[in-house]
Write a protein that binds this ligand. Sequence first.
Ligand code: PBG
Length: 330
Amino acid sequence: MTELDPPVIRPRRLRTTPAMREMVAEATLRPSQLVLPLFVREGITETRPISSMPGVVQHTRDTLRKAVVEAAEAGIRGVMLFGIPESKDPAGSGAIDPDGILNVAIRDVADEVGDAVVVMGDLCLDEFTDHGHCGVLTPDGRVDNDATLAAYAEMAVAQAAAGVDMVGPSGMMDGQVAVIRAALDAAGHTDTGILAYGAKYASAFFGPFREAVDSSLQGDRRTYQQDPRNGLEGVREAVLDVEQGADIVMVKPALAYLDVIRQVRDAPELRGVPVAAYNVSGEFAMVEAAAARGWIDREPAILETLTSIRRAGADLILTYWAVEVAALLP
Ligand code: PBG
C-alpha cells in the first residue's frame, strides 16, 4: 500500500455510532466507584458556602445526614467525612475527643445510613490544630512524627468507636498505618478498614481545601508530603502502607498525578489491592472556574476528568462531583 491508497485498517469503524463506541469503551464510570467527600462544621445552624469550591458547603450536623442520604439514593456507596471544630489547639485535641465534631458526625451518619454507605473519616490533625499542620510540633516547630503517631492511634480508636467503617490516614507520617492497625485491633476493631493516602504530594491543588476547613497553615507540608517530582517514591509509599495493613491505597491529587496512579496500579506488590484517587479541591475549582467563564463545557469536562482517572487505573475516585455525576451516568 502506498500512502495514497485507501487505508485497509480503519480505526474509525469502531467510532461510527454511539452504540459502537459504548460497546468498545475501555474505562467505565459507575456511581459505586465514586466517593463523596463532605465537610461538617461544629456549632452552625445553617450551611456555609465555600467560595473557592462553588456548590460545596460546610454542613451542619443535620444537613450532613441529609447529604449522605441523598448520596446513597444517587447510588454512591462511600463518603469521606472532614470535621471543622469550633476551636483549634496545638495538639488538635478535638480529633480525639469522642464529642469532637468529626466523631459525633460519624455517629450521626452511621446511625442514619447503617450499612448502605461505607462511612470513612479523614484521619489527620490539620483540621484540628491551630497551626494547621497534620501533626503535633516539637518545641522548635518541626512536625514530630512519633508523637503524632500516638495521636493518630487514639484518633483511629475514637472514630471506630463512633462507628466509622474505614479510617483515612492522610498525614503522611512514617509508620502511621502500622500504628493505626495495631491500635484498632487492640481495641477490638478488627473489622474497621484503612484507606491509606499512600502517595500524597505537597500540592498547590489543596488550596481551596484550606478554606473548606478554615485552616491557616503556617509554613508548608514539604517535610512530610511528597515532592511532586517523585513518581517511584509514590509507589514505595503505597507498598509500605500495604505492608503495614492498608486495605485500599490512594493517590492524591489525581489529575496532576495520573502517571503515579498507573504505576501504583501496575506495581506487582500491590496486585489485588484496590487503588483510590482523590480529585482534590484545586482540581475541582479549576474546572468550575473555567466553566463559569464559559471557557470550557462543564459537564463533558467533568466526565472526561473522572473517566481519565479511571483509565489511569483508579478503582475508586473521591470527587466533590460524585452525586451530580451519578445522575448523569447510564
Ligand atoms: C489532610 C487532607 C487534605 C486534603 C485531604 N485530607 C489537605 C492537606 O493535606 O493539605 C485535601 C483534599 C482536597 O484538597 O480536596 N487532612
